[in-house]
Write a protein that binds this ligand. Structure first.
Ligand code: ADP
Ligand code: ASP
Ligand code: MG
Length: 437
């Protein structure tokens, strides 16, 4: 069984939704995971924010504007009177529901329910379209099987069990459709896997049912060797190892959700990145043996990083110091991305600043603390093992004209990361590209 995930642009218009059948083969047993139509989740975020701020009129205005887009979409998608009626009832239902959530107490529970409507809409529209043209399909509600625990960690085994049960109800069906991004949390509430989370859904579903392959269909021909939004002349990489891909996704390659490689890696399910606009292009295959020795593979960058520097003479020759520092971050469920130490200081970076104030207050018990905002981690992925000489020097040479805040080398064999002010990111990516490729 294969899992095929299509992102927002791949379902971004009636034409694209119809075009999915050029890629999806309805006679092969598979699960199709869909994102919301491009722009929808952003709009839902704005609507939620307006309700939260008590600006009901602003929210209702946004709802009206967005519903209007869907009214155009269904006119182009459905050809029969009946099909159009069905589409119309569907969008009426979802947009009325969104609007009704702003009538009473509005908490983050309602906000997350609103965020879920995009994927519920896109999947049902595709299902209705297939029905209209006589292609059988089964809509599997992600909210019936995608579960996360109290730490927002997905429950892969439970997902697999529930999903297998659901699939077994339809032994003769081939084409299954489900929502990316959305799930239920430990309270049973509607929740999500964070922005870009449909990739994560696809990988989790693939891992949970031990699929043969996960395909991520998007608007570019695979993982490029640098951020194509910033650097010209980037090129696709044919093969990557899970470790390399995980590193790139985690450190900012937007084509993949940061956590989406781990489930596939754990259950050894190959992941292909493919281009909906150019289905024949080779794309990228991510697999256990996809790494290449002796090469620098790619560069990625992660913005919105905050660096915390702790200077303490108590660290000198002391043991247990780092543990005490790390425990503070653990208590506030704040992951640390990068870390460097000297004899009397430790610097680390985080991207979730929700509890920054509390964390700093506690860390100040250990020494003098300073914080740098608007930082970017630039991550170079490749073979940096001890027996490949000179690669780290090459990386540093490419950015020698820029002020570097932190450097991390040796944590793994396949990554060198540097921290710098975000204002220097573009120059860093371009200079590294010119020097390394
Ligand atoms: P989707 O909506 O299909 O999930 P995304 O916008 O999330 O698509 O991801 C695809 C985009 O990721 C590309 O259009 C590209 O601009 C961006 N991107 C950033 N870094 C990379 C990279 N290293 N390789 C390929 N694409 C990248
Ligand atoms: N629709 C969600 C988002 O825009 C999930 C996704 O596209 O992967 O973040
Ligand atoms: Mg995406």
């Amino acid at each position: 069984m294969k899992i095929l995930k299509f992102g927002g642009t791949s379902v971004g218009s009636a034409e694209r939704i119809k075009g999915l059948l050029e890629i999806v083969n309805p006679s092969e047993r598979q699960i199709v995971v869909l994102s919301a139509v491009a722009g929808t989740t952003n709009a839902l975020v704005e609507i939620g924010q307006a309700f939260s701020a008590g600006k009901k009129e602003v929210a209702d205005d946004l709802i009206k504007q967005h519903k209007n887009k869907y009214e155009h979409l269904i006119k182009d998608l459905f050809t029969s009177e009946q099909g159009l009626e069905r589409g119309k009832s569907l969008i009426d239902y979802h947009f009325n529901y969104i609007s009704s959530l702003g009538n009473d107490l509005f908490t983050n529970v309602e906000e997350k329910i609103i965020l879920a409507q995009g994927e519920l809409l896109s999947t049902t529209l595709f299902h209705f379209h297939l029905d209209e043209i006589g292609v059988p399909s089964v809509l599997l509600p992600a909210l019936d099987f995608m579960k996360i625990d109290e730490d927002n960690e997905p429950l892969v085994e439970a997902i697999g069990e529930k999903l297998e049960n659901l699939l077994s109800i339809y032994p003769n069906n081939k084409l299954f459709i489900t929502q990316g991004y959305i799930c239920r949390n430990s309270f049973g509430e509607i929740d999500n896997l964070r922005r870009g989370g449909s990739d994560y859904t696809a990988s989790l579903v693939g891992a949970a049912i031990h699929a043969d392959e996960v395909q991520i269909w998007t608007d570019i021909d695979g993982m490029h060797n640098n951020d194509p939004r910033v650097v010209k002349n980037t090129s696709p990489i044919a093969n990557l190892s899970f470790d390399e891909a995980a590193e790139l996704a985690y450190f900012g390659a937007k084509i993949l959700h940061p956590q989406s490689v781990f489930p596939a890696q754990k259950y050894n399910v190959p992941v292909r990145l493919l281009n909906t606009m150019d289905p024949q292009a080779a794309g990228t295959l991510i697999s256990e043996n996809g790494g290449t020795k002796g090469q620098i593979r790619a560069i990625a960058a992660k913005d919105d990083i905050t660096a915390i520097h702790i200077h303490s003479s108590r660290m000198l020759l002391a043991y247990g110091f780092l543990r005490k520092i790390f425990e503070i971050f653990e208590r506030y469920k704040t992951p640390i991305d990068m870390i460097t130490t000297s004899e009397v200081a430790v610097s680390l970076t985080i991207d979730d600043t929700k509890y920054l104030g509390d964390i700093i207050k506690e860390v100040e018990d250990f020494g003098k603390v300073s914080v740098d905002y608007n930082q970017t981690i630039v991550c170079v992925v490749g073979d940096f093992s001890a027996n490949t000489h000179g690669y780290a020097a090459k990386v540093l040479d490419a950015v020698k004209h820029l002020p570097l805040r932190m450097i991390s080398y040796g944590g793994s064999d396949y990554n060198v990361s540097i921290l710098l002010d975000t204002e220097h990111k573009t120059e860093a990516l371009r200079s590294l590209h010119n020097r390394l490729f």
